[in-house]
Design a protein around this ligand. Structure first.
Ligand SMILES: *Cc1c(COP(=O)(O)O)cnc(C)c1O
Length: 362
C-alpha cells in the first residue's frame, strides 16, 4: 500500500469560486488563470470546474496545448506572450492570444509569416516594474503593432502590485487610464485582489482571477476565505502512522525544539517537506485530526510531522489528518492559515505540492 497522503481537488468548490469571481467582477468576462499547472491543482483536474470561464490564461505553451487538448475552443491567453519566434507558429496553430510586453516581441511578430492575423494584449508597466511598456512608450508600441498585417485586434492590459494591500490601485490605474484614454480596444486590468476589492474601479472588459478560483483569500489575513465566500479547491490529507505518549520534559523530533510540559499524547502524521508541506511551519501551526483542530509540535521532517492529540483523545493509528482544506466531517482548515504559519502565502503551498503526492478529484 502507498503512503496514506492524498491531495484532493474539489470540482464543486472550483465551480462555486469561479461564480464568486464572476459576481465580484460585475459584468466582466472571466479569464480563469491556470498558470503553474492550475496553481498546482493540475489543468486536467480543474478544467471541468472552470468550464464556465470565458477563457483560460496561462503562460506556458505546453500548458496551452493541454487546454486545447481538453477540447477548449474558446480564448486562451499567454500572459507573458511568446519567448521565441517559433512560439508564434504555435499561436497560429492553436489560436492563442498573446501578451506583447516588449519590443523584442513586436520584432518577432513583424518577422512572422502568417495566414491569419493574431489577437494581442499590449501590456503597460504602470508601476509594477516587471513586464510592460512604460506609459510614455505605450502609444508608439500600439501604433507599431497596429500597422502590422500579422496583428488583428489589440487589447490593453496592466497588472497591479498592491491590489491586496494598503497602497491600493489608484496610482497605477491613473497612469494606465491617462496613457490609454483615446486608444480603442478591450481592457483587462484586475487580478483576484483587484476583482474582489476594487471591482467598480478596476473591472475592465475582462478580469483575471487566479488565487480566488482555488479558494484562497488574496488579502489574508485582512480578510479570509469565509469573508469572500470562497471554498477550498484542494484538500491535502494524510493519516497517523504512530502515537507516542510523552512525559514532562520529553522532547519531540529533530533539534528537540518542542518540550512537553506534562503528560502528552502526540500523533505522527505521514506528511513532510518532501510532500511540499513547508518546513518553516513550527509548533502551533494548525492541523485537523479527525476533523478536530489541533496544532503541530516540533519540526517538520522530510516524511513526518508530529501533532498534539490533546483535543482528540480518540485519535489513534490511521486517524485522518487534514493539513489544509476540508476534513471528512466538513470542518475547514484554510490553506491561508497554514501559509501564514510558514511565513508565506497560499499560492506557494498550492504550487509546491510535490510530485510524489497522488491526486484525486471529487
Ligand atoms: C497570475 C496572474 C494573475 C492572477 O493573479 P491572482 O493574484 O492569482 O489572481 C492575473 N494577471 C496576471 C498577468 C498574472 O500573471
Amino acid at each position: 500500500m502507498p503512503r496514506p497522503i492524498l491531495a484532493t481537488v474539489h470540482v464543486d468548490a472550483l465551480r462555486h469560486n469561479i461564480e464568486r469571481a464572476r459576481l465580484a467582477g460585475l459584468d466582466s468576462r472571466v479569464w480563469a488563470v491556470v498558470k503553474a499547472n492550475a496553481y498546482g491543482h493540475g489543468i486536467e483536474r480543474v478544467f471541468d470546474g472552470f468550464r464556465s470561464a470565458d477563457g483560460f490564461a496561462l503562460l506556458d505553451l505546453v500548458e496551452a496545448e493541454r487546454v486545447r487538448a481538453l477540447g477548449w475552443r474558446g480564448p486562451v491567453l499567454l500572459l507573458e506572450g511568446v519567448f521565441e519566434p517559433r512560439d508564434l507558429e504555435l499561436c497560429s496553430r492553436l489560436d492563442l492570444w498573446h501578451t506583447v510586453h516588449c519590443d523584442a516581441q513586436i520584432d518577432m511578430l513583424a518577422a512572422h509569416k502568417t495566414q491569419a492575423p493574431q489577437r494581442v494584449f499590449l501590456k503597460m508597466n504602470s508601476g509594477m516594474n516587471r513586464l510592460g511598456f512604460a506609459p510614455s512608450r505605450f502609444r508608439s508600441a500600439w501604433t507599431r503593432l497596429n500597422a502590422l498585417p500579422q496583428v488583428d485586434e489589440i487589447s490593453l492590459m496592466t497588472h497591479f502590485s498592491d491590489a491586496d494591500g494598503a497602497r491600493g490601485i489608484a496610482h497605477q490605474l491613473a497612469v494606465f487610464e491617462n496613457a490609454t484614454r483615446d486608444l480603442p480596444g478591450e481592457r483587462t486590468i484586475a487580478n483576484s485582489a483587484a476583482t474582489l476589492r476594487h471591482a467598480t474601479l478596476a473591472r475592465g472588459d475582462w478580469v483575471r482571477p487566479g488565487i480566488v478560483l482555488y479558494g484562497s483569500a488574496p488579502d489574508f489575513p485582512e480578510h479570509d476565505a469565509v469573508h469572500w465566500q470562497l471554498q477550498p479547491g484542494m484538500t491535502l490529507a494524510t493519516r497517523l502512522l504512530a502515537v507516542q505518549t510523552l512525559q514532562a520534559g520529553d522532547t519531540v523530533g529533530y533539534g528537540s525544539s518542542f518540550t512537553a510540559e506534562g503528560p502528552l499524547r502526540i500523533g505522527v502524521a505521514a506528511v513532510g517537506y518532501a510532500d511540499g508541506y513547508p518546513r518553516h511551519c513550527t509548533t502551533g501551526t494548525p492541523v485537523l485530526v479527525n476533523g478536530v483542530r489541533t496544532r503541530m509540535v516540533g519540526r517538520v521532517s522530510m516524511d513526518m510531522i508530529t501533532v498534539d492529540l490533546t483535543p482528540v483523545p480518540d485519535a489513534d493509528f490511521n486517524s485522518e489528518v487534514t493539513l489544509w482544506g476540508r476534513a471528512a466531517n466538513g470542518t475547514l482548515l484554510p490553506i491561508d492559515e497554514v501559509a501564514k504559519a510558514a511565513g508565506t502565502v497560499g499560492y506557494e503551498l498550492m504550487c509546491a505540492v510535490a510530485p510524489r503526492v497522488p491526486f484525486a478529484v471529487d
